[in-house]
Design a protein around this ligand. Structure first.
Ligand SMILES: Nc1nc2c(c(=O)[nH]1)N[C@H]1C(S)=C(S)[C@@H](COP(=O)(O)O)O[C@H]1N2
Ligand SMILES: [Mo]
Length: 301
């Protein structure tokens, strides 16, 4: 697609896409520049992050259910049916059940969050997400006092996902967070990008975004969320425990066994773009370091 979406949407920008647009996401995009007082809002004001183009964000992806190449998800994910989507919330909650995506959207307040995004492969982007705080969604289900972790699961649909025919990972894709990480105000469920419904290749209709962790923690197309008192299994840890830990916090001082994590390649800067230094907790140290006080971050990678 030829459009390179700018940070601010105008009526003219969105008119051709009217039919695809989710009203709430449009409205969230429209108020995003108005300086709301949320933590994400203060961050983007402080740092003036320049987002990647809509093209970069939606044509260069990791979504192995649709193939392992960077352009496979954009080419293949159109087959994913996101109509009548439900998210099962179960485990240690007061109100377990199958929550319709439409009902979740009615209950949540969608806002824009411009976040840095850092893949463990050492490329990075800046993405203007639309979404809501995961804490608000969990509150809807009523988290019980004994819960310590949150487990997430992606849809597994062999008829719609050509990549799951290959045993690259142990499907379905699963991820997990400690409850305090899940409840942190920076942790969101994204439902849009640049004010438009999130494209399938980016994890439609809703996906996790945890900006201070490597990208693989940000699990896509979620169908189940389970509150538990045990550390949940995670896909990349199951695939290679030596290389991928449960925490996977962005940390320039802890190398991947096969490459350094000290710097990163911003996507979209061209072939000879300079690498930039990777920041502790991906630049969100001030907000999240407290979650890991006293923890050995090399042992708990
Ligand atoms: N279900 C699922 N979620 C996933 C992945 C995947 O392969 N399957 N890839 C992860 C990885 S490695 C990254 S870097 C991000 C990429 O998100 P993006 O394509 O929206 O940039 O999604 C994460 N979430
Ligand atoms: Mo990644």
């Amino acid at each position: 697609m030829a459009y390179r979406w700018k940070n601010t949407l105008t009526a003219r920008d969105v008119t051709p896409y009217q039919t695809y647009l989710n009203r709430r996401q449009l409205m969230a995009g429209a108020v995003a520049g108005a300086g709301f007082a949320s933590i994400g809002g203060s961050l983007q004001a402080k740092e003036g992050l320049e987002p990647n183009s809509y093209e970069d964000i939606t044509q260069y992806n990791n979504y192995y259910e649709f193939g392992t190449g960077k352009t496979d998800p954009a080419a293949n994910a159109h087959t994913l049916v996101t109509d009548n989507w439900t998210v099962k919330i179960d485990g240690m909650v007061d109100k377990p059940g199958d929550y319709a995506f439409e009902d979740i959207m009615k209950a949540m307040t969608v806002e824009e969050r411009i976040y840095r995004f850092r893949c463990v492969e050492a490329w990075s982007m800046v993405i203007p997400w639309n979404g809501f705080e995961l804490a608000d969604m969990l509150a809807m289900a009523g988290v019980q006092s004994g819960a310590k972790y949150v487990a997430f699961e992606t849809a597994l649909r062999p008829d719609e996902m050509p990549g799951v025919r290959f045993p690259v990972l142990d499907w379905p894709y699963v991820e997990g967070l400690r409850l305090d990480e899940a409840m942190h105000p920076l942790t969101i469920m994204a439902t849009g990008i640049y004010g438009k419904d999130i494209p399938n290749q980016n994890g439609a209709p809703l996906r996790l975004v945890v900006p201070w962790k490597y990208g693989f923690k940000s699990i896509k197309s979620i169908v189940r969320i389970t509150l538990t008192d045990e550390e949940p299994a995670t896909s990349w840890n199951k695939a290679n425990a030596r290389e991928y830990g449960f925490y996977s916090n962005v940390n320039p001082e802890v190398s991947h066994p096969r490459w350094s994590q000290a710097s990163e390649r911003p996507v979209g800067g061209g072939l000879f773009a300079k690498r930039i230094p990777t920041l502790m907790f991906n630049g969100y140290e001030e907000e999240v370091a407290g979650l890991y006080e006293g923890m050995d971050l090399k042992a708990n990678f």
